[in-house]
Design a protein around this ligand. Structure first.
Ligand SMILES: Cc1cc2nc3c(=O)[nH]c(=O)nc-3n(C[C@H](O)[C@H](O)[C@H](O)COP(=O)(O)OP(=O)(O)OC[C@H]3O[C@@H](n4cnc5c(N)ncnc54)[C@H](O)[C@@H]3O)c2cc1C
Length: 447
């Protein structure tokens, strides 16, 4: 008979969120049985990333700051940005100011965090697929399958979905993903022919999207182009399109003058996204599984680790029977995401150079709605597809439509929506959502 492992908390995904959660759990409750599991072995290629200086504020409480410093990741002294004008501006981080941060090899960084969690007592299983079998007697049961085809089972009282933007377990539990755009990264590594003095991270916007490049070591540069998946050409046209996009970005192009491409172009989803349900009885989603940020923010890893830490507090409170523990966690993630949406918009608003470009047009939202216009919901709308989904989940759209079942002033719709439904939502995001619903005739104005 196959073995059954019993654990208190099972974490699906050993990325920054899952590993931080394991570290904090075991810091707080060293006797807890924690299993940290990842389907990947942690050795494939990932694009390099930049960590903001504030990451130190999380490494300290997790008890791994010194060990992290010994890893000797390269320092990152802010970002050079050509954004909103042709002039290259050397600034600190796009989102916050202080320096230096780090340029990391993402796989090495992930392996480091997972190994630290293992040292603290977590059972670490890499290269394992977990198939959810169901829940009996408050225990979640999974079948684990490894490369050697060895099958075991695991049972846990509490499950954390830290599986990144796939959020496989949370969606299995009924959560739905709310996508706010279709951003995709097309990236490739380059080898520099000679050592490079320019060590900054470079962000450069162009008509078709924006470029990101950063030096990962003395001679390795990672270069990524960010655009929307529906604006991409068919796969065989990708390589020529890459050169067209590069021609539109002189600073990035110049950076590649003395380098050779290594390997093929790779694609990764990079859309802003969140789950409409962040927790349920005995489970939560953390990190990118809960909410993902635009790579422009360079906040993804920071946010993932922070939500892992908060997730650990929530799981411990839940286990000790504290009422509302998971709800509180959910509210924190939601309001943080709302704030992020606002900041993301401010940054995209700064680029006004290509009014006709499809990529920029859809990121240029202006508030035009008169707060005293009277809105009502169209009884039988033709279809229900709406760009309001860039800012609202289906549940939120439905709440607005039900408020507007009787004619209502726009400002009162916003107030009722926040008061009766989703208090965490920012006014600006609700108003922009209303504008989309009006444009698409799901709402009408009383004339
Ligand atoms: C192109 C691009 C550039 C970026 N640049 C930056 C940057 O410069 N700075 C920054 O801070 N952030 C950046 N980010 C964001 C950052 O990578 C993520 O926000 C961060 O890694 C999220 O951590 P996580 O632990 O939530 O998820 P992930 O890092 O995605 O980890 C999830 C883990 O779960 C595993 N997994 C998946 N499914 C399962 C399953 N069913 N069972 C078990 N394991 C599973 C995966 O193998 C993976 O190891 C970038 C993202 C992209 C796409």
């Amino acid at each position: 008979m196959a073995a059954v492992i019993q654990t208190d908390i099972l974490i699906l995904g050993a990325g920054p969120a899952g590993a931080s959660l394991a570290l904090m759990l075991l810091q707080r409750a060293p006797a807890l049985k924690v299993c940290l599991l990842d389907q990947s072995t942690g050795h494939g290629e990932k694009p390099g990333e930049t960590l903001p200086p504030q990451i130190k504020d999380l490494m300290g409480p997790l008890g791994i700051l010194e060990a992290f410093q010994r890893e000797e990741h390269l320092p990152a002294n802010g970002t050079s940005a050509c954004w909103g004008s042709e002039i290259l501006v050397e600034n600190d981080y796009l989102y916050r100011t202080s320096a230096p941060g780090w340029r990391i090899d993402k796989q090495r960084f992930n392996r480091f965090l997972a190994a630290e969690a293992e040292k603290r007592g977590a059972t670490l299983r890499l290269g394992v697929n977990a198939k959810y079998l169901g829940k009996t007697n408050s225990q979640f049961r999974f079948q684990l399958q490894q490369e050697n085809d060895l099958v075991t089972f695991i049972e846990a009282a509490f499950v954390v979905d830290a599986s990144g933007r796939k959020a496989g377990f949370a969606t299995r539990m009924g959560a739905q993903k709310v996508r706010y755009d279709r951003l995709t990264s097309i990236w490739r590594n380059f080898r520099l022919k000679e050592s490079c003095s320019d060590k900054s991270t470079l962000v450069e916007s162009c008509k078709y999207g924006w470029w990101y490049s950063t030096l990962l070591s003395e001679n390795k540069l990672v270069v990524a182009f960010m655009t929307d998946s529906d604006l991409l050409p068919e796969y065989k046209r990708l390589e020529p399109a890459w050169h067209d996009w590069l021609d539109a970005a002189p600073y990035t192009k110049q950076r590649l003058d003395h380098s050779v491409a290594v390997g093929d172009l790779e694609m990764l989803p990079a859309a802003s996204q969140r789950l409409d349900t962040l927790f349920g009885e005995g489970w939560i989603a953390v990190g990118d599984a809960a909410a993902t940020f635009d790579p422009l923010s360079s906040q993804g890893v920071f946010k993932a680790m922070k939500s892992g830490i908060f997730g650990a507090y929530a799981a411990l409170d839940y286990r000790s029977g504290k009422p509302g523990a998971l709800e509180k966690y959910g509210r924190i993630v939601q309001s943080e995401f709302e704030q992020y949406l606002e900041i993301r918009e401010q940054f995209y608003q700064q680029e006004q150079r290509w009014p006709e470009s499809a990529f920029w047009k859809r990121r240029r939202h202006q508030i035009t709605l008169d707060p005293v216009s009277v809105l009502y919901a169209v009884k039988e709308p033709i279809g229900k597809n709406t760009n309001a989904r860039q800012l609202l989940s289906w549940k939120e759209v439905d709440a607005i439509l039900s408020i507007c079942n009787t004619p209502c002033l726009a400002k009162d719709v916003v107030a009722a929506f926040r008061q009766n439904y989703f208090g965490y939502k920012k006014d600006r995001n609700i108003i922009l959502g209303l504008q989309f619903l009006l444009e698409e005739n799901l709402l009408k104005k009383v004339s």
